[in-house]
Design a protein around this ligand. Structure first.
Ligand code: MGD
Ligand code: MGD
Ligand code: MO
Length: 892
């Protein structure tokens, strides 16, 4: 429709407000209570306009076709000015000190030519709350617009804030009345970002010096892939804000992406290469370091053969870096010994989804959550590990969608769920088979879809006859009535979505878990059909999807093209000018075993702290010690770097050019906002330098060239390029030609399996690798905390540590009482594999007989405890089930 703003006709979509139309016409009409991300409130009267002859608030009034909007009507303008004057009359003059780009109030005052003289009436002296490291409250600047309260409720879903007091005294406060830091605030920054006056601010926000540049990039923490604006001053980050209107995060972020950036300028960032001399790591030049690595790699290859060298590539690094890493190891060295942390994480998803549906990615975009009416969330804790997704799930549930959570712990979403199936760790296959049993038994399955587009129904139906509710209750300890109720909620919904995480994959039968969970989506016809919501693995690292997509895996080339296919090897060999080895490479756990056996002599590790994050750390340390050569690229001297012979200082995502692929298969641009510190270099630059030192030619000299080369060799990425991403924004793969959009929803015509049908899997429950016994009576589950990230190398170097300074062992209060431990008691946890010292934290969110800890702190050696059991199909470690003994620590 057309709206006439002044004399200009502006074209807007149906449903647009007058404010949308004015802004679409290029005029910046100031507002104070409005935020595109929130439902409109129309309370501040700053955006009054005359439209169709009446004075109306532009932000709440729908535009109509042919409507005339007058922005210059003197009476209207006077009314709006009066409204703003009334607001500022209660504020201190310093409200105008805030930089205009961060204060809508300052901009509104400028618009109406209101100066400090208008601020005369301020009488408040209500003080500040600076208890939280990132969210600072200056009560006297609060105009009680309610945006922060709405952000917290409508976008974040945390409901931590409210407006308290009356009239002139109304001010925002945490709902529980205590200091901000001890409120339920999760530090997403939404309130700060929305605050129009600076009443809520973050450290540095009120710095008056202008920022010098803003770079739009993709977050380098988890796989959600939020688009962020990095504001820089003097080559240091002044602030990071979520990019409004970005496709994945839609202007929202979490405490890590938004605030945890000071690691980038931490005093102990690696800034120069380090070489081990006489047992000590000493500073070296790049020339020395790279020629040493090249010489020693060449010597090991010549003496023991190329398969004596293994590389772990980084899911933190870009696609282009991973592309180069696998090209380097396959051509310059001549082995397929390359893997990435997908092995520790979602390798079972890649294997399971490929076996069931034909492709290794989730089937649908996150956006489809918005029309799901039932969410089945299994083994994932997104409000901590993927907070922007967690918030979206909460919003969906608040809007009426049903929620079923399968998790041994009562997570935040489990507490909110219609049904929480609190199963025994390691019992997923029984639970999923039990749900399938019930769906089939009650005829809650999509018959036409099953007939036309799937295989394996008969076998599945026969197998799950043995998984009636009582049988499942016996294995999983889930009450049968709850299992039945969960199956009915899921089975009777119109548009179910399945979302899952590591609680499904990191098991001795993780791939079976993925397949039996996928069965449920297939039974309902909720994959590969128009309007379906699909199945979404919450991939972990910022670029774990991409590292695997780029072929940093021992059995596939980019785009999952199998090494075992001689034709594919030939195609790459022709393009790369080098033969591709046909022998499949080693997986990460096999690399360690091979190192201890003397078959692997050199381990080259890019951006992964294997000594802290891989299971059975004692075994990993033995492997590192057994190698003749350990090289690593990192931002910091990690636990692994301590064992290395050569440590190369790497740039962080904030200092890189390239792309990441997020969890719903979007290629997104990564752009450098900072220069790397000292002599640190990108992983891309380091690999090129090393190839040069080995006189190997990797061909592509820039990230853009690397992606172009990859696209030319990989049909599913053929349409993707830096140029296109810059021009059009994120693109989903598959994207088969430059003129085509990406395929956000997979399998609509046919599944990518060999016969084009989705394959139901009839797989029995098998017990986990670890079982409790009299000596090790508790089951330890390991996972994540909101404010820290994996090995914690980045988040521990930020004020996030104020919010969580150390790891704790959560256990049920009854168990705590039996063990004679209370909050804060130091305990020793012992498994069949090792020992860790932790501090007890009794919690009813943990089931009796279980315990929970994260692996974010090197001092809390949680992975000394975890076992060497792995998923039978993919080698993914069984991080989620370890039998342990817990005892109060012995004091000397
Ligand atoms: N804040 C933060 N965010 C992160 C990370 C981080 O370290 N910190 N790491 C990133 C990475 S690499 C990843 S892979 C993702 C991981 O994200 P998630 O998969 O959500 O994380 P986890 O906490 O490891 O495990 C998820 C849940 O599985 C449950 N679980 C354990 N055993 C079982 C079981 O047998 N059955 C079922 N149904 N559930 C079980 C656990 O209780 C836990 O609540 O997070 C990413 N995001
Ligand atoms: N007990 C237990 N252990 C687990 C898990 C669990 O659930 N329980 N989860 C597992 C999972 S899912 C994962 S993904 C792994 C993660 O384990 P890791 O991948 O080892 O952990 P991160 O801390 O993400 O990053 C590794 C290193 O990369 C560095 N780094 C960051 N960015 C860059 C970069 O751009 N270039 C380079 N060269 N280095 C960089 C960081 O400083 C850090 O030292 O942990 C696994 N370990
Ligand atoms: Mo992960």
């Amino acid at each position: 429709m057309h709206v006439i703003i002044g004399r200009t006709a502006v074209d807007v979509a149906d449903g647009a407000t007058i404010l949308d139309a004015v802004r679409a016409g290029g005029t910046d009409l100031p507002t104070l209570c409005h935020d595109d991300r929130l439902s409109p409130r129309g309370s501040c009267r700053t955006c009054l306009v005359r439209a169709a002859g009446r004075i109306v608030a532009a932000c709440t009034t729908p535009a109509t076709d042919g409507m005339h909007v007058d922005l210059d009507d003197p009476a209207t303008r006077q009314a709006a000015r009066g409204a703003v004057e009334l607001i500022v009359s209660e504020l201190p003059e310093r409200a105008l000190d805030i930089p205009a780009e961060r204060s809508e109030l300052v901009r509104a005052c400028a618009h109406f030519s209101i100066t400090t003289s208008g601020f005369a009436g301020a009488k408040h002296d209500r003080g500040t709350d600076h208890s939280h490291p990132y969210v600072k409250l200056d009560r006297d600047l609060c105009i009680a617009c309610g945006r922060c309260v709405a952000m917290c409720a409508e976008v974040q879903g945390t409901f931590a804030l409210e407006l308290t007091g009356r009239g002139f005294d109304t001010v925002v406060a945490p709902g529980d009345g205590g200091p901000w830091v001890s409120s339920p605030c999760v530090g997403c920054g939404g309130c700060v970002d929305s605050c129009p006056t600076g009443a809520l601010s973050e450290p540095g926000l009120l710095d008056l010096r202008p920022t010098t540049a803003t770079t739009t990039t993709t977050c380098g923490y988890c796989g959600v892939g939020c688009t962020l604006d990095v504001h820089v001053r003097d080559d240091t980050i002044a602030a990071i804000t979520p990019t409004h209107g970005a496709p994945v995060n839609r202007g929202h972020a979490c405490i890590k992406g938004r605030f945890a950036h000071s690691f980038a300028r931490a005093a102990d960032r690696l800034t120069t290469p380090l070489l081990r001399r006489d047992g000590q790591l000493v500073e070296a030049t790049w020339q020395e370091a790279l020629t040493t690595v090249a010489r020693r790699l060449a010597a090991i290859r010549d003496r023991y053969g190329p398969d004596s060298i293994a590389m772990i590539s980084s899911a933190r690094a870009t696609n282009e870096e991973n592309y180069l890493a696998q090209k380097f190891i396959r051509t310059a060295i001549g082995t397929n010994n390359i893997d990435n942390c997908s092995r520790l994480c979602h390798a079972p998803s890649a294997a399971g989804l490929t076996a069931s549906l034909g492709l290794a990615g989730g089937t649908n975009p996150l956006d489809d959550l918005d029309h799901a009416d039932c969410v089945l969330l299994a083994g994932a804790n997104p409000t901590e590990a993927h907070p922007v997704v967690g918030a979206r799930i909460k919003q969906r549930v608040l809007a009426g969608a049903r929620l079923v959570v399968v998790d041994p712990r009562r997570t935040e979403l489990a507490a909110l769920a219609d049904i929480h199936l609190q199963n025994q760790p390691g019992s997923n296959v029984a639970v999923f088979n039990g749900l399938a049993h019930q769906l089939i038994d009650e005829d809650l399955v999509a018959h036409d879809f099953l007939e036309q587009r799937t295989t394996g129904f008969e076998e599945l139906a026969a197998l799950v006859r043995d998984y009636g509710p009582d049988a499942v209750a016996g294995i999983a300890e889930v009450p049968s009535a709850e299992l039945i109720a969960a199956a009915r909620l899921f089975g009777r919904s119109q548009r179910p979505i399945v979302i899952y995480g590591l609680g499904v994959t990191e098991h001795a039968h993780g791939t079976d878990g993925v397949r039996t969970l996928t069965n449920l989506a297939i039974l309902r016809g909720s994959v590969g059909t128009p309007g379906c919501c699909g199945i979404l693995p919450l991939r972990g690292q910022n670029n774990v999807q991409g590292a695997s997509d780029m072929g940093a895996l021992p059995d596939v080339l980019p785009g999952y093209q199998p090494i075992s296919d001689a034709g594919i090897r030939d195609r790459f060999a022709t393009a790369w000018g080098h033969p591709i080895p046909g022998r499949l490479g080693l997986r990460i756990p096999q690399m360690f075993d091979a190192a201890i056996a003397g078959d692997v002599r050199a381990l080259y590790v890019i951006g992964e702290d294997i000594a802290q994050s891989d299971p059975t750390s004692g075994h990993v340390r033995d492997a590192l010690r057994a190698c003749d050569l350990v090289v690593c690229h990192d931002l910091f001297l990690s636990r692994t770097a301590e064992h290395a012979d050569i440590v190369l200082p790497a740039a962080s995502f904030l200092e890189k050019d390239g792309t990441f692929v997020n969890f719903d298969r979007r290629f997104q641009r990564v752009r450098p906002a900072l220069t790397p510190p000292g002599r640190a270099d990108t992983d891309f630059g380091i690999l090129l330098g090393l190839a040069d030192a080995l006189s190997a030619d990797l061909g592509c000299r820039t990230p853009a060239e690397a992606l172009a080369e990859c696209a030319a060799l990989t049909p599913v990425f053929a349409g993707i390029s830096h140029h296109r991403l810059d021009a059009e924004g994120p693109l989903h793969w598959p994207c088969r030609a430059p003129g085509q959009p990406g395929e956000a929803v997979l399998h609509l015509d046919r599944f990518a399996t060999p016969d084009g049908r989705a394959a139901l899997a009839a797989l029995p429950y098998l017990p986990p690798g670890e079982q409790p016994d009299a000596e090790f009576p508790y089951l330890l589950v390991t996972g994540r905390r909101l404010v820290h990230y994996n090995t914690g190398s980045m988040t521990r170097r930020t004020p996030n540590t104020e919010l969580r300074p150390a790891e704790t062992l959560e256990l049920h209060p009854a168990d705590a009482a039996r063990l004679g431990v209370r909050e804060g008691t130091e305990v020793t946890v012992t498994s069949r594999w090792g020992r860790a010292a932790l501090t007890a934290h009794p919690s009813r969110d943990i089931a009796p007989g279980q315990a929970f800890a994260a692996f974010h702190f090197p001092g809390a050696t949680v992975n000394d405890l975890t076992s060497p059991h792995t998923d039978a199909i993919t080698g993914c470690p069984e991080y989620k089930v370890t039998a342990v003994r817990i005892a109060p620590a012995q004091r000397d």
